[in-house]
Write a protein that binds this ligand. Structure first.
Ligand code: NAI
Length: 794
C-alpha cells in the first residue's frame, strides 16, 4: 500500500511488541516453574504441574507447579521463620527493600508487560501503560510507608504471616497491591497467584531474588483453588487477603470463621456508570470505553451498568455505537489493539451464557461490525439495551466486555437504580455540575466514585468495597491497617483467664442504699420503651445472689423491630458531625447527673469500686467520642493525576453490638459511643450479667436529644439474639465482644451478606485502660472509606 493510500484509509498496520525478552526468560527456566519458597525454586512435593497458555493463541507458555497442602506448609514455615529477622529490621531497612523492588520492577517493565500480556491476553498498551507503572508506584509508595511506619502507626504490630490469594485479571498489579503493604508493615508473605496467570508472580519472585530480599519474606506457591484453600486453612497463617469472586470470598469467610485470622476481601462488583443529561457526552463515551472495555471488561470495578438520563439516551447510544465501531479487537501484543483476549475458555463460555440469558430475558443485543479473530478466545464489545433492572445481566457480574444499559429520569431514580445491587465496589458519575455529582456520589453505596473520570487507581488512595463487594481497603493509610493490629491486642490473654484490672471480690455496697424495690426494665426500640414479644423476663441477681430486678427476654421479633427502627434512623449518619458531638456531650452530661444512683445500682453486681469507675470513666469515654465526632476526618489525596481524591469516612450503616458482660456500663459505652459518633445506628445487646443497665441508659438517652432509633437495646440471651442479628440482611456489621465462641459464631452466621465483623477474638480487653478501651481502633472499625475522585483543570 502506498503512503497516499494509507493516508486516505488511515488504516492501522500491525504494530506488534517484541516478545523475545519475555520468552527468553521463560526459556531460561526451561519453561517449567516450581514454587518460590524460602528464596529458592522448589519442586512441588506431589510432583504435579499444569500448563499456562496464551489465551489469544492457545499456545502453551510454560508448565507450573500445582501446589499441595505440603507445599503450602513448607511456604508458611519459611515465612514464619523469616518473620523475626524481618521484623527486627529498622523501618528504614525495610523501606530500602521496598524501594529496591520498585526500582527492579521499573528496570524490567518492558518484559514484565509483555509477559503479562502473553499470559493474560490483555492489550500490551494496558499492561505497559497502566498495570506495570502502577506496580512500581505501589512499591515506591509503600517504601515510604515502611520508612514512616513507627511514626505513623505507633503502638501497632504486624499481623505476622500473611496468606494472599489473587485473581487473574491484573496478575502483577494484584501481587503489588498485596505484597507491598504487607512487607511495609513488617509481615512475611505466602502468595498464591491465579491458575490462569501465574507467570508475572513468578517473575516477581525473580525480582525478589535480584533485590536481595531475605529468603522466606516472600513465598509464591502456584496452583488452583485447592492450593488457595490449603493456604486459607493453614493454622499458622495470621491473616488472609483475598481478591476474587464473591462466591470464593464467602467460602473463605466461612473457612476462617473459627480461627483468629484477620481477613480482607476484595470481591466482585456490578458498578453503575451514571450519565446525566448535562454531561459532556463525548468525554463520557470515552470514559465508558475505559469503564467497560478496558481489560475486556474483566475488571471488578468495571462500569458494567450504564444508567442514562432518559432525555439523552438515544443520542448517547448513537455515540456509543459509533465509538464501538472503531474499537479494535485482536492480538494483544499489537500496540494498536483496544480489546485483547478473554483469559480462559471457561470465562468466555460464561460470558456467552450470560449474554444469551440476557437476551432470553428481553434485552436487545448489539455488537459492532468489526473483525473479531476466529482463533483464540475473543468476545466482541457488546451492548445490551432494554435491560430490566432485576434481570440477571443487570445483577450478576458478567466479567466480560458487556454493557447493560438502562435509563432513569430523576437523580433520585439514578441513585435508587445504582444502589439496586448487592455489590458496592465502584461507581462513575458524569455531570458538568459539581454539585449534582458530589450530591450523587455521597448517596452511592460504593467504595470508589469517579466523577467525570473512570478507572483511576493510585497507591495513595484506598480501593475496596461496600456490602458484598467485600471489606478492607488496598492502598493508602486504610490499606496498611489491614496488615496491622494494636500490639496490646495481639498479645492480649484469653477473656476468661484474666479478671479485669479493676476486678475485685464484689463488696456489699455499704454506703449505698440498696434499691428499694425490684427494678423492671423494658426493651428500648425506636426511642420507646417496649415490652418483649415473648412476654417473658429474666431475673437479674446481684453478686450476693439477691434479686435485683427483671429484664425482658428479647427474641427474634424484638431484634427485627430494633433493626427496622435503626434503619429508619439512618439520617443520623447525615447529621452534621457537630450535631452528633453535641448529642454525645449531652448524653455525658445526663449520665454525670445520675452518676450516684447508677453507680449505686451497678455496685450490687460489680462492686462499689468498679461501679464508680464505670460511671466516671463512662462519662469520660462519651466525652472522648463527642470530641472525636467532628475530628475523625477523612483526607484529600493527591494522586499523580490532575485529580483530587476525597477520602470520605462514611458510617457503615446499622450495627449489631454485643456488649461485654463484665463491664456492663463502660463496655456498652466503649462500643456504642464510637459507633454512633461516626453516624451509625445501633442495636445493642447489653451485658447478660447485668441487663438492668438498660433502664439507666434509656433514661439518659431519652433526656439527651438522641434521635429515636439511633440506639436500640434488646436484652435477653446474648448468643441467641446475636444469631438473629448476624443473620439479618439489613444489618451491615456485627461487633461482638463477649467470648471466643460468640466471636466465631458472629463470623460464621453472618456469611450471608458478608457483614463486617469486629470482635475481641475471645481476648480480654481492659475497658478501664484508655489505651485499650478507647480510640482510633474502634473508630476505624466504625467507618468505611469512600474515595471520590474529582478531576480539576480544563
Ligand atoms: P475465583 O474467585 O475462583 O479465583 C480467584 C482466586 O481464588 C484464584 O487464585 C483461585 O485459585 C482462588 N481460589 C478459588 N477457589 C478457592 C478456595 N476455595 N479457597 C481459596 N482460594 C480459592 O475466580 P475465577 O473462578 O477465576 O472467576 C470467576 C468469576 O469471579 C469471574 O467471572 C468474575 O465474575 C469473578 N472474579 C472477580 C474478580 C475481582 O477482581 N473481583 C477477579 C476474578 C474473578
Amino acid at each position: 500500500m502506498s503512503i497516499v493510500e494509507k493516508f486516505m484509509t488511515m488504516e492501522y498496520g500491525p504494530a506488534p511488541e517484541d516478545p523475545r525478552e519475555a520468552l527468553a526468560w521463560l526459556d531460561r527456566h526451561r519453561r517449567r516453574f516450581g514454587h518460590f519458597i524460602n528464596g529458592a525454586w522448589q519442586a512441588p512435593a506431589a510432583g504435579s504441574y499444569f500448563d499456562t497458555t496464551d489465551p489469544s493463541t492457545g499456545e502453551k507458555l510454560a508448565t507450573v507447579a500445582q501446589g499441595s497442602a505440603a507445599d503450602v506448609d513448607s511456604a508458611v514455615r519459611a515465612a514464619r521463620s523469616a518473620l523475626p529477622a524481618w521484623q527486627s529490621l529498622t523501618p528504614h531497612a525495610r523501606a530500602r527493600y521496598l524501594y529496591a523492588l520498585a526500582r527492579q520492577v521499573q528496570k524490567h517493565s518492558r518484559w514484565l508487560a509483555v509477559l503479562e500480556t502473553l499470559d493474560n491476553g490483555k492489550p500490551i498498551r494496558e499492561s505497559r501503560d497502566i498495570d506495570i507503572p502502577l506496580v512500581a508506584r505501589h512499591f515506591y509508595h509503600h517504601a515510604g510507608w515502611a520508612q514512616l511506619l513507627e511514626q505513623e502507626f505507633p503502638g501497632y504490630a504486624a499481623c505476622g504471616v500473611v496468606g494472599q490469594i489473587i485473581p487473574w485479571n491484573f496478575p502483577l498489579l494484584m501481587v503489588a497491591w498485596k505484597i507491598a503493604p504487607a512487607l511495609a508493615t513488617g509481615n512475611t508473605v505466602v502468595l498464591k497467584p491465579a491458575e490462569f496467570t501465574p507467570l508475572t508472580a513468578l517473575a516477581f519472585a525473580h525480582i525478589c531474588q535480584e533485590s536481595g530480599l531475605p529468603a522466606g519474606v516472600v513465598n509464591i506457591v502456584t496452583g488452583d483453588g485447592s492450593t488457595g484453600e490449603a493456604l486459607v486453612k493453614h493454622p499458622d497463617v495470621d491473616k488472609i487477603a483475598f481478591t476474587g469472586s464473591t462466591e470464593v470470598g464467602r467460602a473463605i469467610r466461612k473457612a476462617t470463621a473459627l480461627s483468629h485470622k484477620k481477613l480482607s476481601l476484595e470481591l466482585g462488583g456490578k458498578s453503575p456508570f451514571i450519565i446525566f443529561e448535562d454531561a459532556d457526552l463525548d468525554s463520557a463515551v470515552e470514559g465508558l470505553v475505559d469503564g467497560i472495555w478496558f481489560n475486556q471488561g474483566q475488571v471488578c470495578c468495571a462500569g458494567s451498568r450504564l444508567l442514562m438520563q432518559e432525555s439523552i439516551a438515544d443520542k448517547l447510544i448513537g455515540k456509543i455505537q459509533n465509538r464501538m465501531n472503531t474499537l479494535r479487537i485482536g492480538p494483544p501484543l499489537d500496540k494498536a489493539i483496544d480489546i485483547g483476549a478473554i483469559v480462559a475458555r471457561v470465562q468466555l463460555e460464561r460470558i456467552q451464557r450470560l449474554v444469551a440469558l440476557g437476551v432470553a430475558e428481553g434485552a436487545t443485543c448489539w455488537q459492532p461490525s468489526i473483525p473479531v479473530p476466529s482463533a483464540g478466545l475473543f468476545f466482541p464489545p457488546t451492548l445490551l439495551r432494554n435491560v430490566h433492572p432485576s434481570s440477571v445481566v443487570a445483577q450478576q457480574e458478567i466479567f466480560g466486555p458487556v454493557l447493560a444499559a438502562m435509563t432513569f429520569r430523576t437523580p433520585r431514580e439514578a441513585v435508587e437504580l445504582a444502589n439496586n445491587t448487592v455489590y458496592g465496589l465502584a461507581a462513575c458519575v458524569w455531570s458538568e455540575s459539581i454539585n449534582v455529582s458530589l450530591h450523587i456520589a455521597a448517596q452511592l453505596k460504593a467504595g470508589v466514585v469517579w466523577v467525570n473520570c473512570t478507572n483511576l487507581f493510585d497507591a495513595a488512595c484506598g480501593f475496596g468495597g461496600y456490602r458484598e463487594s467485600g471489606y478492607g481497603r488496598e492502598g493508602g493509610r486504610e490499606g496498611l491497617l489491614e496488615y496491622l493490629e494494636p500490639a496490646w491486642f495481639k498479645n492480649a490473654p484469653p477473656v476468661h483467664a484474666t479478671p479485669l484490672a479493676i476486678d475485685q471480690p464484689p463488696e456489699q455496697p455499704a454506703e449505698f442504699t440498696a434499691p428499694p424495690i425490684d427494678r423492671t426494665v423494658k426493651l428500648y426500640i425506636g426511642g420507646k420503651q417496649a415490652r418483649p414479644d415473648s412476654g417473658y423476663s429474666i431475673e437479674v441477681h446481684g453478686a450476693d445472689g439477691r434479686l435485683l430486678g427483671e429484664a425482658p427476654l428479647g427474641n427474634r421479633k424484638d431484634i427485627r423491630n430494633a433493626v427496622e427502627a435503626a434503619r429508619k434512623a439512618e439520617s443520623w449518619g447525615k447529621a452534621t458531625a457537630h450535631n452528633r458531638a453535641q448529642v454525645l456531650f449531652y448524653i455525658a452530661e445526663n449520665l454525670s447527673q445520675r452518676r450516684e444512683e447508677i453507680a449505686n445500682r451497678l455496685s450490687a453486681v460489680v462492686g462499689k469500686k468498679q461501679a464508680e469507675a464505670e460511671v466516671s470513666l463512662g462519662v469520660e469515654r462519651i466525652f472522648s467520642y463527642a470530641a472525636w465526632a467532628d475530628k475523625y476526618d477523612g483526607a484529600v489525596h493527591n494522586p499523580p493525576f490532575r485529580n483530587v481524591a476525597l477520602a470520605m469516612k462514611e458510617p457503615i450503616g446499622t450495627l449489631g453490638v454485643v456488649c461485654p458482660p463484665d463491664a456492663p456500663l463502660l463496655g456498652f459505652l466503649s462500643l456504642v459511643m464510637p459507633a454512633i459518633s461516626t453516624g451509625n445506628t445501633v442495636i445493642a445487646i447489653p451485658s447478660e450479667k447485668y441487663p438492668l443497665i438498660t433502664g439507666d441508659l434509656y433514661q439518659v438517652f431519652e433526656t439527651s436529644d438522641l434521635p429515636d432509633g439511633v440506639v436500640n437495646i434488646v436484652t435477653g440471651r446474648a448468643a441467641e439474639l446475636m444469631k438473629t442479628l448476624a443473620e439479618h440482611d439489613d444489618v451491615d456489621a456485627i461487633w461482638c465482644f463477649t467470648d471466643e465462641a460468640d466471636a466465631a459464631a458472629a463470623k460464621t452466621l453472618s456469611v450471608g451478606n458478608l457483614k463486617q465483623v469486629f470482635t475481641n477474638e475471645g481476648r480480654a480487653i481492659d475497658w478501664f485502660d484508655v489505651k485499650q478501651g478507647e480510640g482510633r481502633w474502634f473508630l476505624d472499625h466504625s467507618v468505611q472509606v469512600k474515595n471520590i475522585w474529582v478531576p480539576y483543570g480544563e
